[in-house]
Structure formats: C-alpha cells, structure tokens
Design a binder for this molecule. Structure first.
Ligand code: SAH
Ligand code: ZN
Ligand code: ZN
Ligand code: ZN
Ligand code: ZN
Length: 424
C-alpha cells in the first residue's frame, strides 16, 4: 500500500554476509504493515493475488479527484451545515451525516478552519515513522520570511503541511503575496483540502507518487516552471526515518529539477532546507557534502524532545540543513543568534568561536569546551577519559577501544550505523 518496498539486510552475529529482504518503506513497525519478503524468495501466484487484493482493500474511500469535488460542494454549504467527522477525519456532506451519526464531529467549519487543515486534523502519532510534529507558529513564520528574503517564489513542501498551509492561506488572502507551494505528503487526509495542483500523495522513503504519472508530472512542472528558477524544497521528515532512503528520494527530486533543460547550469543544485535533529549531521553530510547545518532551533507545537533551557526558552535539537551559502541564512538577533565573522554564519549566542578548531563548534547551543587530547571541542558535561582515549560523560562505562564495527571492521561506528549497509 505504500508503494515499492525497500531492500534491507538482516545481520546475524558471526555471519559475514547478511540476508537481504524487502519490507515496507514507510512503516517500520510490523504492526502497521507486515509486508516481508526475502530477496531470493519465490512468491506464488496465489500470494501475489492476495497481496493485490489487500492493497485494493486498503485504498482510501475517496480518490483525490472525488475529494476535490466534495470540497467544492462543501464550501457552498451554509456554515450551519458544515461538519467535520473527527473519527473519520473527514469533511461531511449532509447526505452522509446519517452514516456518522454516532461519531464525534465539529460543526460550523469556517473558511479560516478550512485554510488551516493542520489544526483541524489531529496529528498522526503513529510511533516512529508517521508521527506528525507541527511547526510552532514562530518557526513557521521564520521559515517563510527567510524563504521570501532569499527571493524564492515556489516552495516544494515535502512533509511540511503547516508551511504549505501558511503559504496557501496568505496567497488566498493577500493580493501581492506571490509565493506558491506544492505539498508532497503521505497523509492523504490533506487531499480533502487541496487540489491536485496543490497536493500530491507522496512517499518520501521510496519517491513514490500514489497519483501515478499525472502527479509526477505536476511535481515536475512545479519544479521546472520558469526554467526552475526561484524554487526551494523544504522538508521535515519523521525523525525515525532512514537518512539513506530519504537522501535517495531527495536526489531524485533534485534530478527532476536539474532536467529542466536549456542553458548550462550543470553544477547547480536545487536549494534545499532539510529540517532534522543535529545528531544526524554526519549522516546527512555523508549523502550531501554541500550541506551545512544552521544553528537555528526549529520549534514545534507538540514535540516530546523539548527540554527547557535556562532562559525558559525551549531547547530544540532540530536544525536546518541547507546547501544555501550559510552567510545568507540570517538568524533572528532578538532570539539570541549572532553573526560570527570568521565562520561567516549566524550561530547561537552560547556558541563560542574556538580558536583552536577555528570554528563555532557547539551543536546544541551550549558552550562547548576544547579538549587538546581529542583535538576537538566536546560537550560541556564531558571529560577526557584516559582509558577510552576520548571524551565522555564522567559516569560512562569504559569500552574496549579496539572493538570495531561488526560488519566492516572499522573503528568509529557500530554496525547499526555502518555506512556500507542499509540498516535494519
Ligand atoms: N513540521 C512539519 C510537519 C513535520 S511532521 C509542519 O509543521 O509542517 C512529518 C510530516 O511528514 C508529516 O506531515 C507526515 O504526514 C509526513 N510524512 C511521514 N511519513 C511520510 C512519508 N513516508 N512520505 C511523505 N511524507 C511523510
Ligand atoms: Zn506499509
Ligand atoms: Zn565562529
Ligand atoms: Zn575546539
Ligand atoms: Zn578528550
């Protein structure tokens, strides 16, 4: 149901070669999708037929096209007849009230509510991969202002429904607002609020357009319009997602933009904001060496990862990774960011420039300290451990340093993050 599966590898202790299998790209919890198939497995006709039947029965009850028609009817209704079923997460037409009579519903759905579907729909909480964390208004506005200041006029919103809706909402209300957005998201509920030119049902773990060739073409057109100029992609994937799978899809979207023909802008890359926690920095840079991580802390309305910092302001671990020149990304001084003239980028106020590293080294906004033995800056809570020959928390248990990666044998990572493998 989520489109093509991904190929994973299962490693068992003591074996050199892992066994490869296909599993759902979007659902990492087997409870949500139990698709499983060994790479070398023969699948019988009956099983294939059963699968197809299963996929058919797991289609949404209305197509995107039908939802667009329903929306047109819905907005013609007087306020008193505009209902939204909370159980089915669906706009209801009067003829359907009966069927939902024992469901909870909201009435008097206003135009303003229709313009902010992310407020109307409940955030999906589907554990790791499908959890929806919505931008706090402050962060969403910061992103949009930044996009405008940088001169972009089209935003490919990949898994950023709230940014999309802020853009759409302004576009429908302010005459001189010129920015447009196309939302790509796996959450099909949004098809009730947007036309096929505004929303594509999309899986960012396998670059699958559920709407087929037509939807792919919509996306291609959006990217390549005006010779691909002034377009930026903004994405905020679920943090449990595989970086490798995401990177592969984003490269395909970038390639779509690159194909826009005409003049030679060969080495250019489509501008991107990839919003993700700072501890994924090395993973992201592995796939996108041209990216750098900004210090800006992206805030959410409903995020469990929040800690409250000294200042009472929330400390969020979520950052913006971008291939735009860092000095152009102006961070708000009133929120404590300052410009480091040596690094040529805005940094957190607590992020001190280290003379030895010649860089503002803090990743989490706190002031880090330089360790001469490690030859790098480390978290303020860490101390150099002579046993481990590296810095760590005082309370850590010393590990053998010669224990390399179980898969490739190299030191510095565990098998779960071995770059030579897809992770299971
Ligand atoms: N901060 C963003 C929301 C990020 S939550 C905002 O406020 O706009 C992650 C988003 O990615 C959700 O909208 C979710 O529906 C979407 N998503 C989750 N898995 C996806 C997948 N496999 N493909 C595409 N979108 C996905
Ligand atoms: Zn699935
Ligand atoms: Zn600096
Ligand atoms: Zn240093
Ligand atoms: Zn050290």
């Amino acid at each position: 149901p989520s489109g093509p599966a991904l190929l994973f590898v299962k490693i068992s202790q003591g074996k050199e070669v892992g066994r490869r299998f296909y599993a759902c790209s979007a659902c990492r919890d087997r409870k949500d999708c139990n698709f499983f198939q060994w790479e070398d497995e023969k699948v019988s006709e009956t099983r294939l037929a059963a699968r197809e039947e299963y996929n058919r029965s797991h289609q949404p009850s209305f197509t995107h096209g039908q939802n667009v028609e329903r929306y047109k009817d819905f907005v013609l209704l007087p306020l008193s007849k505009r209902r939204f079923c909370q159980e089915c997460q669906q706009l209801l037409l009067p003829a359907e009230w009966e069927k939902h009579s024992n469901h909870e519903f909201l009435c008097d759905i206003s135009t303003a509510q229709l313009r902010s579907p992310s407020q109307l729909l409940y955030p999906l909480e589907n554990k790791k991969t499908n959890a929806q964390y919505l931008f706090a208004d402050r962060s969403c506005r910061f992103l949009l202002d930044l996009i405008i200041d940088l001169g972009f006029s089209r935003v490919l919103s990949v898994g950023t429904p709230r940014l999309h809706e802020m853009i759409q909402s302004k576009a429908s209300q302010e005459e001189d607002f010129r920015v447009r957005s196309l939302l790509l998201d796996i959450d099909f509920r949004y098809s009730q609020f947007y036309t096929e030119d505004e929303f594509c049902h999309y899986n960012m773990f396998n670059h699958h357009f559920f709407g087929g060739e037509g939807a792919l073409e919509t996306c291609r057109k959006f990217l390549c319009q005006d010779n691909g100029e002034r377009v930026i992609m903004v994405t905020d994937p679920p943090f449990g997602g595989l970086v490798e799978a995401l990177a592969s899809s984003f490269k395909k979207l970038m390639a779509m933009w690159k194909e826009r023909g005409k003049e030679g802008h060969n080495n250019q890359e489509m501008p991107i904001f990839w919003i993700f926690p700072y501890f994924f920095e090395s993973r992201i840079l592995e796939f996108f060496p041209s990216f750098s991580m900004m210090d800006y802390q992206v805030d959410y309305d409903n995020h469990a990862l929040y800690k409250h910092g000294k200042t009472g302001r929330r400390q969020s671990p979520v950052r913006i990774f971008t291939n735009i020149t860092p000095s152009l990304i102006v961070l708000p001084v009133e929120e404590g960011y300052r410009f480091c003239t040596i690094c040529q980028r805005y940094v957190s106020s607590g992020n001190q420039h280290c003379e030895i590293c010649n860089s503002c080294t803090s990743k989490d906004g706190r002031r880090w300290k330089h360790c001469v033995l490690c030859k790098k800056c480390v978290k303020p809570s860490w101390f150099h451990c002579d046993n481990c020959n590296c810095c760590a928390l005082q309370s850590h248990t010393c590990e053998k340093t010669d224990a390399g990666c179980f898969v490739c044998g190299k030191a510095g990572h565990k098998r779960s993050t071995c770059p030579s493998l897809s992770r299971t």
